[in-house]
Design a protein around this ligand. Sequence first.
Ligand code: SIN
Ligand code: FE2
Length: 213
Amino acid sequence: MLDLFADEAPWQEPLAPGAVILRRFASQEALQTLALIDAVSHEAPFRQMATPGGHRMSVAMTSCGARGWVTDAQGYRYASRDPQSQRPWPEMPGVLLQMAQRAAGEAGYSGFTPDACLINRYEPGAKMSLHQDKDEQNLGAPIVSVSLGLPALFLFGGPTRTSPTKRCLLEHGDVVVWGGPSRLFYHGILPLKPGNHPLTGEFRYNLTFRDAG
Ligand code: SIN
Ligand code: FE2
C-alpha cells in the first residue's frame, strides 16, 4: 500500500535550547514502523502498568531493545526483561534504530546509540502528566520521540514543574528530539481527542528512543 501521508517534505521547528521538532521526519517509514510495533507487541504485549503510587496508567506500553521501561509498586526503572514474560524484550529493529540515529543527527546529536525504545499507545482520553525523563544513566544522550497516528497536544516546559509550557500539536510522522540544555525539561501529553486515523484507527502511537545505559 502506498503511504498517502508521506509526500510532504520534512521541516524543522525549534522548540527550546537543544530541542527541535522534525516535522514529518518519520512519515516515509510510518507504515513499516507500525508493522514493527505490531510485531513487537505480539512478543511483548501492550499493558497498562501501575505507578509506584498505585494508579493504573492510561497509556498502554511495551518496549523493544536491550532495556525496557517499567513501573510498579517498586518504582520506575529500566529492566532487561519483560516482567510479564520474564523474557528479554524484543530486539530493537534495525530500521527503527537507524531512523532514531538519523533524527538525532539531524537535531545535532551525532553518535546516538539508544538501547531502549519505549512504545506508548494512547486511546481517546489517555494522557501523560508532566514529567522528566530521568531514569536513564546517560543524560548526555538525547531523547528521540516519534509520533504516529492520531494527533496529540504535547506540552514542553522547562527545568521545573512550574516552568511555562509550550503547547505543540504532534502529528503523524513528527519527531521531537531534546537533549543538552533541555534534556531534563518537563513534558507531557494532554488527553487524546477521539478520532479516526487512516493508519492507526482510534490510536496514537509514540516511540521514544533512549540511551538508558
Ligand atoms: C513520553 O514523554 O515518554 C511520551 C511523550 C509522547 O507520547 O509524545
Ligand atoms: Fe517522557
